[in-house]
Design a protein around this ligand. Structure first.
Ligand code: MSP
Length: 530
């Protein structure tokens, strides 16, 4: 039986439209999910939307919508965006779904019964003019006055439900110590460890319901106490479990991987595992917190209005010559993205450089050179490799096998860019080999056709394998390349990367240019008015 592999993304707030940040995290999840499926794992890939935030009520009202109408509209926008990207998620969870709400109620009931969630006093700085609590830091920074109206803040106490986080501090530290890969990358782990060692505080898990405030009524009510509703973050974290907490899907828990950005790593690496310990559930294997995309050197923000939005993304993804195509966009994000602990800059000129280097002049060019030569010298039929070449230094079967092994190792560490680099390096080697052996010159001498055949067989076979390694990033284009070089795009990783799958005599098709070169003098792709 295939081993389960469960990968999740954050569930995104529906008060916002999807932008590059959300799409990036889900793309990383998609690429890993696709690789693991290829490697024979039984994958479950989950993404979705987080819908019980207060802002859904206020923003919805500003647009003349009820909260659920607003959530429906924006959840649909996320689903549409993810379909556009070709994500292979197995489910899309919305926290307003009955299946989720019922589970959350059951988890909270369990925690109440165990005494890990309890009623206590909440004391904080209250901004009466705005009807909301502000944090201790905000209060201090504003000299204990309302940051909006300047009116004095008042200290207010109210009843709230809390989760007993400190109770699990020791066990959490032990878990992190025993599982060095639990929080990645390393820089995030060290930050989290530092913060845990400062001591954990109880966590509010509810907000009081106020009959005059519609926002306070939006959410899941506290079981047995309708004067409170469950805090949106607690509700949201439970999605990872609620969706697979059914007889058919229970095999997927615990998750192998939660992917997100560094903004929310505390919730995932500290609060979430402690909630799970309290519920008596096994803990996820890895919480991976990547860094941010910034744009042309500046942080993306609402006030700067410089988010790389879906319209711009779609402009880049138009097929050539208007744009670069979806797979090229996926390639840039996956190989140049902020998967490590530093932010990544989306710079148009860099996009063009990477596109031309890796795709147009890289695998695209190699594929077209090799198929052209096979057509020209062997009537489009794959030659055999019986001829002797003077380039014995290229032990192609070993080179290809080693590249596949390294790619697998990278993916096991979630080093997506590292794994993809193996695929592209193999295609570059093909180019280098053609350069070194010059089959186009040898072909002029009919006595050397056997040698030309051997060279081209090696090139075609290496390209086919490189396309398999690149397919989780560029599923459509690589399916095409695998097909052109006589491979089965649906074969498993082990089967597809075995040297010698390509049989002499197989028709090799030239097809359309895969990645036409982009002239650096061209302007960035234009957003098409919808
Ligand atoms: N709803 C919560 C998550 C709950 S998970 C149980 C939330 N939502 S969010 O809509 O704000 O999404 C935050 C996530 O979006 C980040 O963790 C990251 O995955 C992604 N990104 C948002 N902006 C980003 C960048 N600029 N760069 C990269 N990813 C970013 O927080």
């Amino acid at each position: 039986m295939a081993q389960p592999f469960y990968v999740t993304t954050p569930i995104y707030y529906v008060n916002d439209r999807p932008h590059i940040g959300h799409c990036y995290t889900s793309l990383v999840g998609d690429c890993i999910a696709r690789f693991m499926r290829l490697a024979g794992r039984d994958v479950f890939f989950l993404t979705g939307t987080d819908e019980h935030a207060d802002r859904v009520v206020t923003t919805g009202a500003e647009h003349g919508c009820t909260p659920i109408q607003w959530a429906d509209r924006n959840a649909a926008a996320f689903q549409e965006a993810f379909r556009f990207f070709g994500f292979s998620n197995d489910d899309f969870v919305r926290t307003t779904q009955r299946r989720h709400i019922e589970k959350v109620e059951a988890y909270i009931k369990d925690l109440l019964a165990k005494g890990d969630v309890f009623l206590g006093d909440y004391e904080g700085w209250y901004d009466v003019s705005q009807d909301e609590y502000v944090t201790e830091t905000t209060a201090r920074e504003n000299d204990f006055k309302s940051p909006v109206t300047g009116k004095p803040l008042v200290k207010k106490t109210e009843k709230n439900y809390f989760f007993n986080l400190p109770k699990y501090e020791k066990r959490l530290l032990e878990y992190i110590e025993k599982n060095p890969g639990f929080i990645r990358p390393e820089a995030r782990k060290n930050e989290i460890l530092g913060r845990i060692r400062e001591g954990l505080q109880r966590v509010p898990v509810s907000r009081a319901v106020n009959k005059d405030d519609a926002s306070s009524q939006w959410g899941i009510l506290m079981p047995g106490d309708p004067s409170h509703r469950i805090y949106v973050w607690i509700d949201a974290l439970f999605n990872y479990l609620s969706v697979v907490d059914t007889p058919e899907r229970v095999k997927y828990w615990p998750a192998q991987l939660h992917v997100m950005a560094k903004d929310i790593v505390w919730f995932h690496a500290v609060i979430w595992p402690c909630l799970l310990m309290a519920l008596g559930k096994p803990l996820p294997e890895c919480v991976y917190a990547h860094s941010y995309w910034i744009r042309e050197g500046r942080k993306m923000s609402k006030s700067l209005g410089n988010f790389l939005d879906l319209e711009t993304i779609k402009a880049y993804c138009q097929p050539a010559p208007a744009g670069f195509g979806l797979d090229a966009f996926r390639w840039f994000l996956l190989t140049q993205g902020p998967l490590g602990s530093t932010d990544a800059d989306f710079v148009h000129s860099k996009f063009v450089d990477i596109y031309n280097a890796d795709l147009a002049n890289g695998i695209g060019n190699a594929a077209s050179r090799v198929s052209n030569m096979i057509e020209k010298y062997f009537e489009g039929k794959c030659p055999d490799a019986r001829g002797v070449t003077s380039h014995a230094s290229h032990d192609w079967p070993s080179l290809a096998t080693a590249a596949v092994e390294r790619a697998k190792k990278c993916m096991a560490e979630y080093d997506v860019a590292g794994a993809l680099a193996e695929g592209i390096a193999l295609s570059r080697r093909v180019d280098g080999y053609i350069h070194a052996t010059e089959p186009f010159k040898l072909a002029k001498d009919p006595a050397k056709l056997g040698e030309v055949g051997t060279i081209l067989y090696h090139c075609a076979e290496a390209l086919r394998i490189s396309a398999v390694l690149l397919s989780p990033a560029m599923p459509d284009k690589m399916r095409d390349v695998i097909g052109r070089f006589g491979g089965n795009p649906d074969a498993s990783l082990d089967e597809a990367t075995r040297w010698g799958v390509l049989k002499p005599g197989t028709p090799i098709t030239k097809g359309e240019g895969l990645f036409p070169r982009w002239d650096t003098k061209n302007p960035a792709p234009a957003v098409v008015a919808s």
